[in-house]
Design a protein around this ligand. Structure first.
Ligand code: ZN
Length: 96
């Protein structure tokens, strides 16, 4: 079975580039069996989303008329709160 370290690497990689079929299958299989990595994946996608939203904010001109600006790529306070909670939870788990 794939190790958690390898699974984490694939999770990170899939946010930047599509995985190969083999990578995808082994990651899915690992996630089915490993709840720690399932939690980790949630945090990864959340961080990625917030990261994108942040990049979108600083890259776009601040004139408020940009047609690409939708509510989808703006990080809400709620998203940031979720990330903070997830980070705190991960931190607690590491200490136990
Ligand atoms: Zn794992």
């Amino acid at each position: 079975m794939m190790m958690c370290k390898a699974a984490t690497r694939l999770m990170s990689k899939q946010l930047d580039a599509p995985l190969t079929a083999r990578e995808r299958i082994s990651l899915r299989f690992h996630l089915m069996l490993c709840s720690a990595c399932r939690n980790c994946e949630k945090q990864f996608s959340m961080l990625h989303r917030v990261g994108n939203a942040y990049n979108g904010t600083i890259d776009k001109p601040q004139d408020g008329t940009s047609p690409g600006a939708t509510t989808d790529n703006v990080a809400s306070d709620q998203d940031l709160l979720k990330v903070k909670e997830a980070m705190a939870e991960a931190e607690t788990r590491r200490q136990n």
